[in-house]
Ligand binder design. Structure first.
Ligand SMILES: O=C(O)CCC(=O)C(=O)O
Ligand SMILES: [Fe+2]
Length: 162
C-alpha cells in the first residue's frame, strides 16, 4: 500500500491511514472449489470486484482465477513464489478513481478440487472511507464517503451505491 500511496503522489502511509491505520482488519477465507463436470453450469465465483481495501491471495496449482483485462478474461497463472494482489473497492474510492478495482472471477475444474486462501484487508465496520482529502483539492470527489458497515451491506445486497 506504500507504493500505491506514492503512486498517487502521497506519503507512504496515506492509503493505510485512509483505510483506518491500525484498526484495519485482516480476514482470511479458505475456499474449497469441488470439481464441476459441467463448466457451463456455474462459476466458482461469478465476476466481481472485492468490496474491501486490498486482497492478497494464495491458491494451489489448480488454475481458475481470471482477471478482466483489455476487454477479455485472462488466466492468472499459478506461480509458487507469488502472491496475487487485487486492488479492491475501498482503494478505488480513496484514490478518487485513479486506481480501479480489479474485476475477477473463478472458473471451476472438471476433475480437480481447488483451494485458495485470500486475505482481505478491510476497514473496521465503523470506519468511514471516501476519497482522500489531498486528492479532492483540484478534482471533484467521484465517490461519496461511506461507513464501511453500510457500504458492505449495500454491496452484499446488490443495492445502489453511488
Ligand atoms: O479463489 C480465488 O482465486 C478468488 C476468490 C475471490 O475472488 C473472493 O473470494 O473474493
Ligand atoms: Fe474476489
Amino acid at each position: 500500500m506504500g507504493w500505491l500511496s506514492e503512486g498517487l503522489g502521497l506519503h507512504r502511509d496515506a492509503l493505510k491511514e485512509g483505510l483506518g491505520g491500525e484498526t484495519v482488519e485482516y480476514l482470511m477465507k479458505i475456499i474449497f472449489y469441488p470439481p464441476c463436470p459441467k463448466l457451463e453450469l456455474l462459476y466458482g465465483a461469478p465476476h466481481h470486484t472485492d468490496l474491501n481495501g486490498i486482497t492478497f491471495l494464495i491458491a494451489d496449482e489448480v488454475d481458475g482465477l481470471q482477471a478482466y483485462q483489455d476487454n477479455k478474461w485472462v488466466d492468472v497463472k499459478y506461480d509458487d513464489s507469488s502472491i496475487v494482489v487485487i486492488i479492491a473497492d475501498q482503494i478505488k474510492r480513496m484514490s478518487n478513481g485513479r486506481y480501479k478495482s480489479g474485476e475477477h472471477r473463478v472458473t471451476m475444474d472438471t476433475v480437480r478440487t481447488r483451494l485458495s486462501w485470500p486475505v482481505f484487508a478491510e476497514p473496521n465496520l465503523d470506519h468511514v472511507v471516501g476519497p482522500l482529502a489531498e486528492l479532492v483539492i483540484d478534482d471533484a470527489p467521484k465517490f461519496k464517503p461511506y461507513v464501511y458497515r453500510e457500504y458492505k451491506y449495500l454491496k452484499m445486497n446488490k443495492l445502489p451505491i453511488d
